[in-house]
Unconditional design. Structure first.
Length: 301
């Protein structure tokens, strides 16, 4: 059994569609953003360490808030900045680059502070209480250098009423191991159907199609692959807008190394904030969860 379990939260994105730092935007009157609900759930599922990847725009006041919470709740907390220069060759000129290098690079930035199995999540996604218990069991029983895990959600439960969403459509083998993740950026409802656009054509997908929401369960050996593949990415002369994504790196580990990724269907309801107008939906959802006594009014008091 793995005695130490870590939650890695990706909170370094710039939130261009949301028009602000949605990672730390409080949802209810208690001031807690979504990532604090994730921490709350993970702690109660046996996780004892939290690592948060951030950019330099995060206010010092929020860092102080969470540092105080970590002392009160007695969990280990690390802040890691996703610097543009991290893991770049010394002679590489990144002056034309404005965006971060993507989620794969963000995870790689945590290499020095994570030596144990960990769950990787997005800061602005609410994954649900039960999913952390599932992940904790996977870490205890199945996660190794040769097998990772992923929790997937039915696509119908991951859409926004306010615009297109990007999701990784999962193809699985007969034993529920991941074969491929196909990233699509234009998934939306169209009438009674769910579609994405490919080469100008709308492709319909079934509502129960499983999609990746960036909830991965990793062994720390993943850093070896990420570092190698990021090096390859940098030397492929990427455009200034290209990003190095976790699912693409995982795909290479499956294809090149025979790494297995066991996919579990989430037992929990997903909620997220892609656009500013999504906030009212998750506000209502969390209020109903509190009314059902699944969360206290104030998470930390």
């Amino acid at each position: 059994m793995n005695s130490k379990k870590t939650l890695l939260i990706l909170a370094g994105g710039l939130g261009s569609r949301y028009k602000g730092l949605k990672q730390i935007d409080g949802i209810l009157d208690n001031g807690s953003p979504i990532l604090e609900y994730s921490i709350y759930d993970a702690l109660r599922a046996g996780f004892s360490k939290v690592v948060i990847i951030v950019n330099r725009r995060i206010p010092e006041s929020y860092i102080e808030r969470l540092n105080t919470i970590s002392q009160k709740e007695q969990f280990e907390l690390h802040w890691v900045y996703q610097e543009k220069e991290s893991f770049l060759p010394q002679d590489y000129d990144s002056s034309g680059r404005e965006k971060p290098w993507g989620t794969g690079h963000a995870v790689l930035c945590a290499k020095s502070v994570i030596q144990e199995p960990f769950v990787m999540i997005n800061a602005d996604d609410f994954y649900g209480k039960e999913v952390y218990h599932l992940a904790s069991e996977e870490i205890d029983c199945h996660i190794s250098e040769s097998q990772f895990g992923m929790v997937a959600y039915p696509v119908a439960s991951t859409l926004s009423g306010n615009g297109n969403v990007a999701r990784g459509i999962c193809a699985l083998d007969a034993d529920n191991y991941l074969i491929k993740v196909d990233e699509q950026t234009s998934i939306r409802r169209k009438g009674n159907s769910i579609v994405y656009t490919d080469n100008g054509n709308d492709i319909e997908i079934a509502p129960d199609t499983l999609v990746s929401m960036n909830f991965f369960i990793f062994h720390p050996s993943v850093f070896i692959g990420l570092e190698s593949y990021f090096y390859d990415f940098i030397h492929s002369d990427p455009d200034p807008s290209d990003e190095f994504y976790v699912p693409a790196a995982v795909q290479r580990m499956i294809d090149d190394k025979g790494t297995k990724v066991l996919v579990k269907i989430s037992p929990s309801q997903w909620m997220g904030v892609t656009y500013a107008d999504d906030k009212s939906s998750i506000k209502d959802f969390l209020a109903s969860e509190i009314a059902k006594n699944r969360y206290p009014e104030d998470l930390w008091n």
